[in-house]
Design a protein around this ligand. Structure first.
Ligand code: GLN
Ligand code: ZN
Length: 776
């Protein structure tokens, strides 16, 4: 086979290492067990491996500077000198200590899986938030109005040279200046970070000159905000920036990369800037190809993102070739690159490591390493004709066909139940007012009832027992006995301190999604398919490959056991369909909404069984409901419609007397309050302590009728709140809501806390409730 190929680009490769080498090196370094030199050596090895792998796989535009010790947005902030004064940086090289202080704070703190920042003592870390609609989190840069920028690090140049010394010519990747400023936070919030663009550009110009001098001919500049709703001013910023770059480093070709969605109404702005190449995401937005061909200049290289950088399915290479071949023939092969839709950061590294997956399923999957092969095949197929890559295409076609017709994917029973969903199934029998009266009678709770969100501390004993059981060192029976003991102790203690509504504590759960996925049909789990969530935290998302159903009850036994120990009501505790969906790799052969509805039916079955077993209250957590909002505002309503419908489908099968709770982690509610109300949960608990109850304004303004538990203590901090603090917060809540609506609970689950912190905090919380009742 000849080597003739189109240019082939991955846009970025996972940094964490096939065996999570980076995590272990980082955590070793932080705990003082690994020397700085050894950490840096591990990092260097990972880069060398990734470059060699990509070269050997046939990638021709090999990325460099896609590597980061913690986060590429943080790297960019450090590179341009956007280091808030609190970190004590005095100019010059930025030390690892400063870098990690920005990432993690100067004194560590625990963390819950709610996807946002957690401040400890000492200098707090920068805030952390989700990278667009992925489950990766970046550190939010902070800039001041008089911010000075300077090129403080040569990392992109250093890594380019490091690869060059290995004989590998790379295309450095940098985060573009417009996206960088758009993601940054103004401190204080009296100006727009984008106003600083003119001051920032010289730093990028200097970087580009140095890259050019080092021998780079191309640089990939990522501007993913081109997939967001932008203002005219923001669009204009692209013109300013890229015209300046064209002047400053004329010999350096820029591949301007958009991804995560259609450029849409930003396309003209993207096409108008003087760059040599434009990358577009044709997985998320396949229809934009025609529009892009129209606006691209004749001399511009178009990078076609056709291999999914966000999901794990093997591509239908024949179909892609068929679509692209005429386009490439018409415009000329040297005017195109074939690429992943976005950086491969968001997919696991290598399918070959998985030995426990179903053999059929395994042939349907493609992780980052396999995607490199797919890309190379496409590059050759487009340059030489499909016959040249016949074998690879044929293999892929067979796998795609086998998946499409597999009985493992389609379950006629599920399809039948989905077809039978009617309006009655998504509505409670009576409106809330009526249910409220019945529930008050059935439950007989005091004013301001107290409860918790579900989990109690996952102590090291709990985690040890779980891993011993997983390894076979602890028998099923002994593990079960251990969990019962933990549960019983938690129930006894909750009774003792006088909580009104108890929880079983979730000791048996490894993770709020995985625990359910492992018991649902249509889900698969991997052994090594880690994906970076943030820093050294990686997750192994479940893979939803087929129609979802629930063969057996999942939580009923634990609820029954807990309820058998007490007269007080114990809440059933479930994860909701939207959250399970948003934290998994999902099917690409049916819409997300269809999978969500299937999960909802499965959860509905569980709700029915809990109710039949006697549960009077059932909480269905939707921590990730807001996270799932689409990037473009005009797509929100559609998402909210099906997400809310799924929640209602899983929660509406119960009697009026049965109280449905839901919980959401830190969220803005203003712009989605009508959807929250449409969920029609009898009680919603939310995270509010850090917002001083201001999040309740949305509920007040909407005249939200159902009951609410606004969190009264910040579970992200080890600090124990005193009674007064909580009564203060509660009086703020009472200014906004009627007493009869209010519940009293912490912000979120307590699994990341220690018992020494939880005990006094909850005792104080119960005392705060008593004071309030007394005064009311
Ligand atoms: N019930 C879960 C818990 O308490 C909810 C966690 C969450 O929403 N993140 O852990
Ligand atoms: Zn939460």
């Amino acid at each position: 086979m000849s080597n003739k190929t189109l240019s082939v680009a991955s846009l970025g490769f996972p940094r964490i290492g096939r065996h999570r080498e980076l995590k272990f090196a980082l955590e070793g370094f932080w705990s003082g067990k690994v020397a700085e030199a050894d950490l840096l050596e591990t990092a260097r090895k990972l880069r060398a491996e990734n470059w060699a792998l990509q070269r050997d796989s046939g990638i021709t535009k090999i990325p460099s500077n896609d590597f980061s010790l913690y986060d590429h947005v943080l790297d960019t902030a450090v590179m341009v000198g956007a280091i808030p004064p609190a970190y004590g940086w005095a100019g010059g090289d930025v030390s690892l200590a400063t870098y990690f202080a920005m990432a993690r704070g100067s004194e560590r703190d625990g963390h819950a899986d709610c996807g946002h920042a957690h401040h400890g003592h000492g200098v707090p870390a920068l805030e952390m938030t989700k990278w667009f609609d992925t489950n990766y989190h970046y550190m939010v840069p902070e800039v001041s109005e008089d911010q000075a920028f300077a090129l403080t690090s040569q990392k992109p140049v250093d890594h380019f040279l490091e690869a060059k010394a290995l004989g590998i010519h790379t295309r450095p990747v940098v985060l573009g200046p417009v996206t960088f400023l758009k993601l940054a936070k103004a401190r204080p919030s009296t100006f727009k970070p984008l106003d600083l663009l003119a001051k920032l550009l010289p730093v990028y110009e200097e970087l580009f000159r140095r890259l050019r001098a080092a021998g780079a001919d191309w640089v990939q500049v990522d501007e993913p905000i081109l997939a967001l709703d932008l203002t005219e001013g923001e669009r204009h910023a692209f013109k300013l920036a890229y015209e300046a770059f064209a002047k400053a480093a004329p010999g350096l070709n820029i591949m301007l990369a958009t991804y995560f969605g259609a450029a849409g109404d930003n396309l003209d702005a993207a096409a108008a800037v003087p760059v040599a190449g434009l990358h577009v995401d044709l997985v998320r937005a396949p229809d934009q190809l025609d529009a892009i061909l129209k606006v691209a200049r004749a001399d511009q290289v178009l990078s076609l993102g056709v291999i999914d950088g966000r999901n794990i399915w093997r591509a239908d290479l024949a179909a892609i070739l068929e679509r692209l071949a005429p386009v490439v023939a018409a415009r000329g092969a040297d005017k195109f690159e074939v690429a992943a839709s976005c950086s491969l950061l968001h997919v696991p590294i290598d399918l070959a490591l998985e030995t426990g997956l179903d053999a059929d399923l395994k042939t349907w999957l493609s992780f980052a390493t396999q995607k490199l092969g797919e890309l190379a095949t496409l590059g050759q197929g487009l340059a030489q004709g499909r016959d040249a890559v016949w074998e690879a295409i044929n293999d892929a076609a067979q796998a795609v066909a086998a998946r499409a017709s597999s009985p493992k994917v389609t379950d006629p029973l599920v399809q039948g139940r989905i077809a039978g969903i009617d309006a009655a199934m998504t509505h409670r029998k009576s409106p809330f007012e009526h249910r409220r009266a019945l529930q008050a009678k059935a439950l007989d709770l005091p004013l301001f009832p107290t409860t918790t969100i579900g989990s109690f501390p996952q102590t090291s004993e709990v985690r040890k027992a779980r891993s011993a059981h997983a390894k076979g060192a602890l028998s099923y029976k002994d593990y079960e006995t251990f969990l019962q003991k933990e549960t019983a102790a938690a129930i006894r203690w909750q009774e003792e301190i006088g909580l009104d509504v108890l929880v079983h504590g979730e000791f048996e759960r490894n993770d709020m999604v995985q625990y359910f996925g492992e018991q649902l049909a249509g889900f698969a789990f991997t052994q090594h398919a880690w994906v970076q969530s943030y820093g050294s935290r990686y997750v192994r998302p479940p893979i939803i490959f087929g129609d979802v159903s629930r063969p057996n009850p999942m939580t009923v036994r634990w609820w029954q056991y807990a309820q058998s120990l007490t007269e007080k009501p114990v809440k059933g505790m479930l994860t909701g369909p939207v959250t399970i969906l948003n934290w998994s790799f999902v099917r690409d052969d049916i819409p997300r909404s269809a999978t969500c509805r299937q999960i909802a039916l499965a959860i509905r079955d569980e709700v029915a069984d809990l109710e039949a077993a006697g549960a009077k209250m059932i909480q269905i957590d939707e921590a990730a409901l807001r996270e799932g909002l689409p990037l473009r505002h005009r797509d929100w309503q559609h998402y909210l419609d099906w997400a809310v419908e799924s929640f209602r489908l899983c929660s509406s099968g119960v009697a009026d007397e049965t109280q449905i709770h839901t919980h959401m982690c830190y969220s803005e509610f203003n712009d989605i309050i009508s959807a929250i109300a449409a969920m029609d949960a009898d009680v919603i608990s939310i995270e509010t302590s850090r917002s001083k109850m201001e999040l309740l304004d949305a509920f007040r303004n909407f005249q939200y009728p159902n009951e609410i538990g606004p969190g009264v203590y910040d579970i992200h901090s080890p600090r124990v709140p005193d009674i007064g603090e909580m009564t203060d917060l509660l009086s703020l809540a009472r200014q906004r809501l009627a007493d009869r609506q209010l519940w009293i609970n912490p912000d979120c689950g307590l699994k990341t806390r220690k018992w020494e912190e939880v005990r006094p905090a909850l005792v104080n919380m119960v005392a705060a409730a008593a004071q309030l009742r007394h005064a009311a």
